[in-house]
Design a protein around this ligand. Structure first.
Ligand code: HGY
Ligand code: MN
Ligand code: MN
Length: 413
């Protein structure tokens, strides 16, 4: 491609693809599309048929990732792009889905204009990035690709409804024993396009960002044990109330992250109270803590501060305290060369960008275990995501796909 040749991506077409995919599990302006659910199966079939329409070889791997492949004239490792189509519960129409659609539309534009590439390019629709059905299975699809998922895992991983991952896989015709077949060692470059899911691009008035790093993430499931009592007859000074302890712990960990300052974040998003009735002092309170930071040392400091606080409150209030860590990924820098290439092609395409770290985590930090990685962000309206209010303007999405297509062209033709 000569220096300034621009690749055209039609914003209206991008929006049509988004709305079409959102029909599967649609819920108002959002979606509920849990991995291996009927709506997820239908959405993966939609992805497969779009891939076939643009002339890609389609393959469903052993965990249900759907791949579209544009073979290169030369052998050697693939360049891959893609994201996930499972959603939060509820989630938005763009989280993950836009990255899959971006790969398909970019490959179509390249194939129509430049024919067969020198190097093989693949687009993939990954499964269970969100862990919105199986809480301890975040990045399940990219874990299988990078060899971090085993058949035995599927018997241990349980959904919020108590079903095992094995049962859910078999229900859609997947055999957990074949999971090792999903492993790939022939991908050397990965670029994921994703919505920003925060306010930075909108505040900067820019459509697209190049992502130079992803945060570390840790999920704790914390169980605080007390003693259930009568809400009226048991005096306050004689109680061992796990709700009082949990409330102090929760406000404490959130305050600690606030005091540490950006980009430290700590979120308590899920809570279970047992037995959960108004006139009973609870027996047990269980809650999750989602902790993220991009700097390894600061991240360790944040974990240590949270754990010390949990212990101190439990001790002072005579409460039982247990926690389990269900997700734990280190911070992941993007490949500097790939970042520069993305910045360069964006400039060539006339797409204004800024370069920034991601606040969200992505399959990209799993794919970093086998390939050089970087990401492209597109603007999120009001910085909202993980909500049916999630929205990205079609022209912003199209600008991001234009940068993706130009980067794939630079790498593969
Ligand atoms: O939580 C995350 O950052 C991702 O969207 N699952
Ligand atoms: Mn998400
Ligand atoms: Mn996502």
């Amino acid at each position: 491609m000569s220096q300034q040749e621009r690749i055209w991506i039609d914003p209206a077409e991008v929006e049509r693809y988004i709305l079409e995919l959102a029909r599967h599990g649609g819920d108002g302006t959002g979606v509920r599309r849990l991995v291996y659910s009927p709506e997820w199966v239908a959405a993966q079939e939609q992805v497969a048929s779009w891939c076939r329409e643009v002339g890609l070889e389609v393959h469903r791997d052993a965990v249900g990732n759907v791949w579209g492949r544009l073979a290169g004239t030369e052998g050697g490792p693939s360049i891959a792009t893609g994201s996930h189509i499972d959603s939060q519960n509820p989630g938005g129409r763009y989280d993950g889905a836009l990255g899959v659609i971006a790969g398909i539309l970019a490959l179509r534009a390249l194939r129509e204009r430049y024919g067969q590439p020198r190097r093989t390019i693949e687009v993939v629709s990954l499964c269970e990035e969100e862990s919105s059905r199986f809480p301890a299975a975040a990045f399940w699809g990219s874990r299988a690709i990078t060899g971090r998922a085993t058949p035995a895992d599927t018997e241990e991983l349980r959904g919020y409804g108590g079903e095992t991952m094995a049962e859910a896989m078999r229900a859609v015709g997947l055999d957990p024993a074949r999971i090792p077949e999903a492993r790939r060692s022939d991908i050397d470059t990965w670029i994921e396009l994703h919505i920003e899911q925060g306010p930075i691009l909108e505040q900067a008035g820019l459509p697209v960002a190049i992502v130079n790093g992803l945060p570390g993430i840790r999920h704790y499931v914390v169980r605080v044990e007390g003693r259930s009592d009568h809400a009226g007859a048991m005096p306050m000074d004689l109680r061992r109330d796990p709700m009082a302890g949990a409330a102090e712990m929760i406000s404490g960990v959130i305050r600690t992250a606030q005091e540490m300052g950006r980009p430290a974040v700590t979120t308590v998003g899920r809570m279970l109270v047992e037995p959960n009735f108004p006139a009973i002092v609870p027996e047990r309170v269980t809650f999750t803590i989602d902790v993220r930071h991009a700097n390894p040392a600061q991240r360790d400091r944040l974990h240590a501060a949270h754990e010390a606080l949990l212990r101190a409150v439990a001790e002072r209030r005579g409460l039982g305290l247990h926690w389990e860590i269900t997700t734990d990924l280190p911070p992941c820098p993007a490949d500097p060369e790939l970042v520069r290439l993305l910045e360069d092609v964006a400039r060539e395409q006339g797409v204004p960008t800024l370069t920034m770290p991601s606040g969200a985590v992505h399959d990209t930090q799993r794919m970093a275990e086998i390939a050089k990685v970087a990401m492209i962000f597109v603007q999120s309206k009001d910085g909202r995501s993980h909500t049916p209010a999630e929205y990205t303007a079609p022209e912003h999405a199209a600008a991001g796909i234009q940068v993706l297509a130009a980067a794939l062209h630079r790498l593969a033709y």
